[in-house]
Design a protein around this ligand. Structure first.
Ligand SMILES: *Cc1c(COP(=O)(O)O)cnc(C)c1O
Length: 359
């Protein structure tokens, strides 16, 4: 069997959820959209269901998958509904709904509901992606609170740059939100992972933790809070072939790397079709049987190559960790010039194997 696999440690996931909840102080939704950032939404929800205050997903398709798997906890649709035709299903399953646009307010006013529908009102406090202006938010609240089966529940907003710890925009967004929240007597929700970890004085009643649940840091440098997270995913494979080459020999597609001395090269069964970045540069870190090593040459679809010259113990069958507890996924992302979010979400083909370090 091909040795490429992603171990998913559900014990580490629970550990990270507890850190998020302690950091936020109030209630915390576990954000498990995009198949839990590549970790498997159903398994992650099952692992958290006894402690999470609820879950958040991007769309009703993701929410239904969780309900069909027996998850009964509250589920917030972060973008609400895309079409009013979703309202009967939202009603039937009791999903919570973000409201970010006046057309959704109108649709809710006209909806035929069988029970109270809880809505979160979203203010655009400065990110300018989704959300109502302060004025439109006020108007939406005035209207929706008069609709018998609609229950405005939380006032929310989202940060654009909370991962930049010296960026004044986060403070400005929090102030714009505080101004509106002084006029709308609802519980509040502001913080995503970078805000929970890096902006301890900005808090609300409900946090929305995504990335940090999976043990990855949103920050480019070491950070005392982020460093307490435990990585949930370990992407690993094995060496399946070894080459001994003299100096001056190119390796792999495009001959990007050329040996500068007589070298030992290991071929690892894992490539970009598994979600590893195709353009990870030479010297991107890997761990060879637990020891620090590095990649050389361009990553192929099914394989990549590592330098074994200084690792005489390594040979066919040696385990190679691409990211996990020995290689921070954020360092692989940074070396490759991409964000850690798409790197985790992009896991493909390599089967997920679930373990539980605390069970
Ligand atoms: C994805 C998302 C989150 C979670 O963000 P992280 O940075 O992964 O913690 C929170 N709120 C909203 C609205 C989101 O879309």
């Amino acid at each position: 069997m091909r040795p490429a696999r992603a171990l998913i440690d559900l014990g580490a996931l629970r550990h990270n959820y507890r850190l998020a909840k302690a950091a936020g102080g109030g209630k915390t939704l576990a954000v498990i959209k995009a198949d839990a950032y590549g970790h498997g939404a159903v398994r992650c929800a099952q692992a958290l269901q006894n402690e999470a205050d609820g879950f958040a997903v991007a769309c009703i398709e993701e929410a239904l998958e969780l309900r069909q798997a027996g998850i009964e906890a509250p589920i917030l649709l972060l973008e609400g509904f895309f079409d009013k035709d979703e309202l009967p299903l939202i009603d039937r399953h009791g999903f919570w709904c973000m409201v970010h646009d006046p057309w959704q307010v109108e649709a809710l006013e006209r909806a035929a509901l069988t029970r109270p529908l809880k809505v979160w009102l979203k203010q655009d406090s400065g990110m300018h992606r989704l959300g109502l202006s302060a004025q439109a938010c006020m108007a939406a609240w005035q209207r929706l609170r008069q609709v018998p089966d609609i229950e405005p529940m939380v006032l929310a907003s989202h940060f654009a740059r909370a991962d930049e710890l010296d960026c004044v925009r986060t403070r400005e967004q929090a102030e714009a939100f505080a101004q509106l929240s002084a006029q709308i007597p609802l519980p509040t929700s502001l913080s995503n992972s970078p805000a929970l970890l890096g902006w301890p004085d900005i808090r609300g009643d409900w946090s929305r933790a995504g990335l940090m649940l999976y043990g990855a840091t949103p920050f480019p440098a070491a950070h005392p809070q982020a460093d307490r997270l435990r990585p949930v995913m370990t992407l690993e494979s094995q060496i399946i072939a070894v080459r001994e080459l003299p100096s001056g020999e190119p390796i792999g597609y495009g001959g990007r790397f050329v040996t500068r001395k007589s070298s030992r090269i290991g071929v690892v069964a894992l490539g970009y079709a598994d979600g590893y970045p195709q353009f990870a540069p030479d010297d991107t870190p890997v761990a060879l049987a637990g020891k620090p090593g590095h990649l050389i040459g361009r990553v192929s679809m099914d394989m990549l190559t590592v330098d074994l010259t200084d690792h005489p113990y390594a040979g066919i069958g040696t385990p190679v960790q691409l990211w996990g507890d020995q290689v921070a996924v954020s360092s692989v992302a940074a070396r490759s010039g991409i964000s850690v979010y798409p790197l985790l979400c992009g896991l493909k083909r390599a089967p997920r194997i679930y373990i539980d370090s605390q069970a």
